[in-house]
Design a protein around this ligand. Sequence first.
Ligand SMILES: *[C@@H]1O[C@H](CO)[C@@H](O)[C@H](O)[C@H]1NC(C)=O
Ligand SMILES: *[C@@H]1O[C@H](CO)[C@@H](O)[C@H](O)[C@H]1NC(C)=O
Ligand SMILES: *[C@@H]1O[C@H](CO)[C@@H](O)[C@H](O)[C@H]1NC(C)=O
Ligand SMILES: *[C@@H]1O[C@H](CO)[C@@H](O)[C@H](O)[C@H]1NC(C)=O
Ligand SMILES: *[C@@H]1O[C@H](CO)[C@@H](O)[C@H](O)[C@H]1NC(C)=O
Ligand SMILES: *[C@@H]1O[C@H](CO)[C@@H](O)[C@H](O)[C@H]1NC(C)=O
Ligand SMILES: *[C@@H]1O[C@H](CO)[C@@H](O)[C@H](O)[C@H]1NC(C)=O
Ligand SMILES: *[C@@H]1O[C@H](CO)[C@@H](O)[C@H](O)[C@H]1NC(C)=O
Ligand SMILES: *[C@@H]1O[C@H](CO)[C@@H](O)[C@H](O)[C@H]1NC(C)=O
Length: 496
Amino acid sequence: MRCSLITASLTAAAVLLNPALAASNDTTPMQIRLAYAGSTGMVVSWNTYSKLDRPTVRYGLTPWALTKTASSNVSVTYPTSTTYNNHVTITGLEPDTVYYYQPQNSNSSVPYSFKTSRVPGDHTPYTIAVAVDLGLMGPDGLTTHVGNGASNPLGPNDTNTIQSIEQNLDDIDFLWHPGDIAYADYWLKEEIQGFLPNTTIADGAKVYESLLNQYYDEMTPITSKKPYMATTAAPRTRHTTDRTYTVSICQQGQTNFTGYINHFRMPSPQSKGLGNFWYSFDHGMVHYIQLDTETDLGHGFIAPDEPGGPEGEDAGPFSNLRDAQTNWLQQDLASVDRNKTPWTVVAGHRPWYISASNDSSTICEACREVFEPLFLQYGVDLVLSGHVHAYERNAPIRTFDVDPNELNNPSAPWYITNGAAGHYDGLDTLNYPLQPYARYAQDTAYGWSRLTFHNCTHLTHEFVASRNGTVLDRATLFKDRKCQGNDNSQGQQGQL
Ligand SMILES: *[C@@H]1O[C@H](CO)[C@@H](O)[C@H](O)[C@H]1NC(C)=O
Ligand SMILES: *[C@@H]1O[C@H](CO)[C@@H](O)[C@H](O)[C@H]1NC(C)=O
Ligand SMILES: *[C@@H]1O[C@H](CO)[C@@H](O)[C@H](O)[C@H]1NC(C)=O
Ligand SMILES: *[C@@H]1O[C@H](CO)[C@@H](O)[C@H](O)[C@H]1NC(C)=O
Ligand SMILES: *[C@@H]1O[C@H](CO)[C@@H](O)[C@H](O)[C@H]1NC(C)=O
Ligand SMILES: *[C@@H]1O[C@H](CO)[C@@H](O)[C@H](O)[C@H]1NC(C)=O
Ligand SMILES: *[C@@H]1O[C@H](CO)[C@@H](O)[C@H](O)[C@H]1NC(C)=O
Ligand SMILES: *[C@@H]1O[C@H](CO)[C@@H](O)[C@H](O)[C@H]1NC(C)=O
Ligand SMILES: *[C@@H]1O[C@H](CO)[C@@H](O)[C@H](O)[C@H]1NC(C)=O
């Protein structure tokens, strides 16, 4: 067992730990992150070193009058975590409106701000950012060097994906992150490659938490200003492609999506979804659906991360009802008012149409079997995924066949995989020749997706190279339909 080769080096591990910072104390908010909670609500989440009795947020319409407060009793942690996750849902807000806010005991001299989502039916154009497979950046993550056997370090002058999105923050309404968050679970691989200092397996839990905390700290300039809508994959513990290690070395608190469950409060109460696992939300002319491809596929399938699944994980299921996720998806899709939200966009972590090796831990054929019939039945416009660390824009596809209309009014969903946001472990190489449905592929540049909804008929997807902001691929989907919402390009509030 290779575990024994990992030598103890506690001093080295300690270097990684977040030092308690000056000008703050155990109740000082850090890692602030927002999430939509309907068009009249917003979840404000943040971490503290101590548990808060009653997490409280002050807010208001101007930065100098935070006259209202919202509180909760949700201050939660899990084994091995060094912090508490505090979650407060603010309700009764005006849609499409800027608010200023401060979590309690903030050390920031100026309030933070957010903008609530647009009501369904408001057809004002807008843009969002999508990043999949986004890990820690900087000295302990993706940086200008890698360990033995790893590849794709950043170039000396490259902007990383977090910085690139930050540079574009004024132009995006929210950041969608369908899975693989932080990659704290790769700590052991990074130690084995000589990139991180060696620790014992037992002390690995500290390294894991350190990487996770650094990630959420790095994201704060984005997530304290724009809603951060996330889904399953990491943080979990997967432990390297070195099969010597199994989930059995993981400590309590670092399996079964425990970190993910504690860190986020996604809008499943508003959409009858399940926790942070599957949910939907509206924003203006778009209905967004977030699916869980890791667990709970139902229909007799063992999902990739479930016990016995191809990833060797011990996670899920999270519902004990039969076919809970697909039953929810069917009802959710059936209830969409396409006059108000003409666009229906789905994200799930794992792809099924991708030029990659056909093994069950890469391509989720079971996902295709359970989800695709519903996408076709209800006319889903766009399906986003990642998991493969590369970018591939496909044609619209119906059960492996390219829609003959391509992007000019197809009836099948358009499929785009962009798992190129980046982390220490680099990029994946696609399989060449590409699949016949592939229309553009890129597996040498880190990047994120920019989605612009122009109106009810036109939607543009761009692949932005993080290192320099260049758009390497741009394609527009056209849907021939009558727009019935309030097409309002002046940015005023639409009609209910
Ligand atoms: C420390 O926390 C208390 C509340 O317990 C708060 O009132 C105070 O402002 C904080 N001090 C600093 C230096 O942030
Ligand atoms: C927190 O509040 C909710 C509703 O306000 C309540 O149902 C729950 O019991 C409370 N939990 C604790 C631990 O106080
Ligand atoms: C506030 O405290 C947090 C947590 O200790 C720290 O990360 C952040 O840099 C501090 N911010 C300011 C403005 O001092
Ligand atoms: C990085 O930027 C510096 C300063 O502008 C320049 O001298 C150097 O040639 C650049 N390196 C690369 C690899 O582009
Ligand atoms: C970590 O331990 C391995 C195995 O003993 C060794 O090959 C490697 O050089 C060590 N790395 C560091 C950074 O000490
Ligand atoms: C994961 O957590 C869920 C919800 O608590 C639980 O039902 C399930 O049994 C857990 N799975 C494993 C493999 O421990
Ligand atoms: C890929 O593998 C699945 C089984 O996991 C099989 O059903 C499917 O036909 C394969 N697809 C291709 C294109 O070989
Ligand atoms: C919708 O947006 C596209 C792209 O900007 C534009 O070409 C088209 O004319 C717009 N359609 C309407 C009806 O305004
Ligand atoms: C930006 O980076 C991409 C990816 O490496 C490269 O293909 C492109 O040529 C660069 N653009 C400019 C303007 O340097």
